[in-house]
Write a new protein. Structure first.
Length: 344
């Protein structure tokens, strides 16, 4: 699965870098998080450290770290937010490629980074930064974008990309968790990484415990209208894995796309509609437009999910290459699947 495009009606022009930086300024009364200042706790990294990642084609490769990188280029939402959530903003030489505002509790840290004018930095720009690590999506490690993985490693700059952007592979929760834990190991902040992962896993455990006595778990479709096409997030998608691990049944687990006839035939208990407000879009407008494709279509009014008001929005960044937003995605799905349970 490649990066999902925005609906044609939205994000015809992305916001420029200055606007994105302005949108991500911390509130005037925001307090800087003390978590970032805490040193790694009981679990310590021993260098040299060998970490598995992938090249552009998706082949597994090994990289070795003699110490924690000091000049990291982080490109795309999850890469940036993982570094910030782990308190590693001082290790960032530059950031780029924000589609959405970072969470409020990360804005203070983000404001300390050098956010580039180029949404996807060119190889020339990256080379001038002289990074010792590049953290991004797999699709960007081509000669036309960030540059070839092997070439960077040969130059002494390690690369790491979100495992769920690896071409041709299934997207799983375990991959997202492994990536966060690996970044924790690389920078010797393992306890912080483990806390993020444990809190996400706890949402699943809490949900399963609260629904253990349910005789029948809900069936679900997770779809994304894109013009004439409707993408289906099935068993090999991260969203599909989230739903399955939460105990739901995927109504159409194998299809990459679905038509109205397929949706009617599946007649799921719950439908999640994926939306993505890119920088410069109005989030409410994008969400409402996507939901209306399902909710307002005359041909779909017989669906149980439509009749029962069980059509819910879910943001793309929560269910694709979600990194530290993974917990948000799990919670969004859990609340829609089981509206009567409490996750606290």
């Amino acid at each position: 699965m490649t990066m999902t495009a925005a609906p044609a009606a939205f994000a015809t022009d992305r916001a420029d870098a200055d606007t994105i930086k302005e949108d991500n300024l911390p509130a005037a009364d925001a307090e800087e998080s003390t978590d970032a200042a805490e040193a790694a706790g009981e679990t310590k990294t021993e260098y040299p450290l060998t970490i598995a990642t992938y090249d552009y084609e998706g082949n597994e490769i090994e990289t070795t770290y003699e110490k924690a990188p000091e000049k990291v280029l982080a490109v795309y939402q999850g890469s940036i937010e993982t570094m910030l959530a782990l308190g590693l903003e001082d290790h960032l030489v530059a950031t780029a490629g924000l589609d959405n505002e970072v969470p409020d509790d990360l804005k203070e840290a983000f404001s300390k980074t050098d956010y580039l004018d180029e949404f996807t930095p060119s190889l020339e720009t990256v080379t001038m930064l002289e990074p010792d690590m590049i953290l991004s999506w797999g699709s960007l490690f081509s000669d036309k974008n960030l540059g070839d993985v092997t070439n960077w490693i040969d130059k002494g700059c390690n690369t790491y990309y979100n495992t769920n952007t690896r071409p041709g592979s299934s997207r799983t929760l375990e991959n997202e968790f492994t990536d966060i834990l690996n970044i924790g190991k690389i920078f010797d902040v393992q306890d912080k990484a483990e806390t993020i992962v444990d809190e996400a896993k706890n949402v699943i455990d809490t949900t399963l415990s609260a629904t253990a006595d349910m005789e029948e778990k809900p069936s679900v479709l997770i779809v994304e209208p894109l013009g004439e096409d409707i993408t289906n997030y099935g068993a090999s998608s991260l969203a599909g894995d989230m739903a399955t691990q939460l105990g739901a049944t995927l109504a159409n687990p194998d299809a990459a796309t679905v038509g109205k006839e397929d949706i009617i035939a599946a007649n799921p208990d719950v439908i999640f509609v994926v939306y993505m407000p890119y920088a410069g879009d109005d989030p409410q407008t994008v969400m409402d437009s996507q939901l209306s494709v399902i909710q307002d279509d005359e041909a779909l009014q017989s669906l149980d999910a439509v009749k029962n008001g069980r059509v819910y929005p879910v943001m793309l960044s929560e269910i694709y290459a979600s990194a530290t937003r993974t917990q948000d995605g799990i919670e969004t799905l859990a609340k829609g699947l089981y509206p009567d349970i409490t996750l606290e």
